[in-house]
Design a protein around this ligand. Sequence first.
Ligand code: ASP
Length: 527
Amino acid sequence: MDNIQNFKRTKYCGLFTRADVGAEAAVCGWAGRVRDLGGLIFIDLRDRTGILQLTFDDNTARDIYEKAATVKSEFVLAVKGKVRERSSKNADIPTGDVEIEVTELRIVGVSETPPFEITDDCKTSEQLRLKHRYLDLRRPVLQRNLLIRHRVAMLTRSYFDKQGFIEIETPTLIRSTPEGARDYLVPSRVHTGKFYALPQSPQLYKQLSMVAGFDRYMQIARCYRDEDLRADRQPEFTQIDLEMSFVEREDVLAIVEGYIRLVFREILDIDIGAIPRISYAEALAKYGTDKPDLRYGLEIEEIDGVHQFASPTLTRKQRDAVSQLYKVRSRNEGEFTIIYGNDLTELGRARVEAAKLLNLIPANTFKPLWVLDFPFFDRDPESGEWVAMHHPFTAPLDESLQYLESDKAKVYAKAYDLVLNGIELSSGSIRITEPELQNRMFRLLGLSEEEAKEKFGFLLEAFRYGAPPHGGMGIGLDRLVMQILECESLRDVVAFPKLQNAAEPMTDCPATVDAAQLRELGLAVGE
Ligand code: ASP
């Protein structure tokens, strides 16, 4: 193998154009397709920007030609040569007009035959691709996705910086705090029998940063939630977390709206315009969900006491498919199919299904929406108990305060969500800052005074020393990038994601640990 000594790359592979013809170039990367035509060898050299053709022919020095004949896919090469115009051009790639006539070839890394081909239309199972994620990531589509993600992160920091936010790192070994999901726990060695939790979000620390007087905080923060995974969830994810002091709801919405608009303008050159607003109640009535997809109509109406929507005619088979999946019924009426039922949520799901079956969802269309005025309380579907729909630190609407004890269903929250194409992108609220009210909310959520003190004493105490009014939001960065790139899965925009079952096949994690490690932690694994 050769070394890289005194080799200075002149340019990335994907950047060569006709204007470079005649120039001396030094490029490096991985050998993609290798074609040996006998007397003529072509190697596609690939780096993160694209592909450049290397050519070895009669003019190539003998020793270089022979070395080129030993190159296989995924060998790592450093190459010098002259740029020349290709005799047969390839209009499919940006560098398709040019090639490198090689005068120096170094093999600086060798490769075994990879377990799958490094191409965008790779058909290999996801399990195998994730086991060799470093190879999967060489595929141009994933290289592009992660570069775009980087650009979004850069834009994020610069936008919030310009708006006066400062980035503060909050701890990731914290006290277990209920925020709706299960915590990941980390045992303490020093305090045997005690545990840290990984943050579900930096919620309490950002609020305490407001008490500390930082005024505007942001962080691109890693968050952890031990939930049953669905297609659009990862156990760890990244959130653009922000908090602002001396603000009302409108101030937070304006900052976030400015941010979302900027991202779409800069990354996709799309003006998404002013973001429309809808109340939670209206969203449920019109779309059967608090995450409405506005890219198509099919709005639900109530006619003579029946909830229904009209879609272009569905075939018998399609109608059966919809009513098998959801508790709805349907009938044809002229050129429409009327889908109806009593359960708004089921109708909402049938609406999405009908849109898919009828191909009504346009590509490259982005319809964000603010959903406002959420109920404060929600019934836990399993236990039936009242829980906070957003989280217990959200302020109730002033006009709801009168119902706190008497009628929980009438209590609304200063909470807001940003929804994009039917996916919840972001959620936030104005917070409680009075210790009395915070205690009252804890009590209503079933926490005794002792429990509240035990778990959140530090927050209640902080509020006694001059808490400014504040509010904020958490914007899902992975989800935002996934939407921008119109990817199917979060795994397409996360460098090293977990599978649906929360495992990571490459490092085979989670994994067992040594008995000695457990002993040190004072832990034993049960059956
Ligand atoms: N902590 C909240 C969340 O993760 C966001 C917020 O209220 O700012 O959903």
